[in-house]
Design a protein around this ligand. Structure first.
Ligand SMILES: *Cc1c(COP(=O)(O)O)cnc(C)c1O
Length: 217
């Protein structure tokens, strides 16, 4: 199956309110262009340097999503062009994104990453930390960022009930956060292995890599 065919198959079953982010990390620019020629415009990368290099050489109407863990000292490299930062997991990081966005006289949309998985290794706020942050008023001072939603990753497991439960809890948290920040609209959850469950649980944005581009090395 070609990249074009994979995209067509996925899109056929994607509800219109769900944005498809094609995760192109480790993929060459040729593969990205193949997806681009098939109409795909949203691409996700997990390393700032790699994303920046690809941004430099590829068409400028691509929307670049930073889906990986963000190091504060690298925010400056993507601040001029990044379309959405999915993995924001601290107020310190938000402040840095705000500072760099201001230098470029723009607002950078951000998602707050929530830790929903059982694994220790996944980054993100827990429920209490998240609600504390959104109710603290700290975000009001940050004029150059906009919190547009939440992002989460389920446990890497075969247990579909477990995955469903985790996505469900993120959706509930999303609804709670939405009461406090009325502008939030994006719920980024779902990868190649679990995106159907994520959509059924209320995802508005899925991040798919291997199901579009094939397995990564
Ligand atoms: C790599 C990655 C994906 C895509 O994973 P696939 O299983 O290839 O679809 C999605 N989200 C994040 C945060 C990733 O790092």
């Amino acid at each position: 199956m070609s990249i074009r065919d994979n995209l067509a198959t996925i899109k056929k079953y994607l509800p219109p309110h769900v944005t498809l982010v094609a995760v192109s990390k480790t993929m060459p620019t040729d593969s990205i262009l193949e997806a681009y020629d098939a109409g795909q415009r949203d691409f996700g990368e997990n390393k700032i340097q790699e994303m920046t290099e690809k941004w430099e050489s590829l068409p400028k109407d691509i929307k670049w999503h930073m889906i990986g863990h963000v190091q504060r000292n690298k925010v400056k490299y993507m601040a001029s062009f990044v379309s959405l930062v999915h993995g924001v997991d601290s107020l310190k990081l938000l402040k840095e994104i705000n500072k760099q966005a201001k230098k470029h006289a723009r607002t950078i949309p951000c998602l707050l990453q929530v830790h929903i998985a059982e694994e220790e290794s996944k980054f993100g706020f827990d429920e209490t930390e998240l609600m504390d942050l959104v109710t603290s008023g700290e975000l009001n001072a940050l004029q150059n960022i906009e919190i547009t939603g939440l992002m989460g990753m389920a446990t890497f497991t075969e247990d579909l009930q477990q995955i469903k439960k985790e996505f469900h809890s993120l959706k509930q948290l999303f609804e709670r956060a939405r009461i406090i920040i009325p502008g939030i609209k994006n719920l980024s959850m779902g990868m190649s292995g679990d995106y159907q469950i994520a959509i059924a649980e209320g995802s508005t944005m899925v991040r798919l890599g291997s199901s579009i581009f094939g397995a990564r090395n």
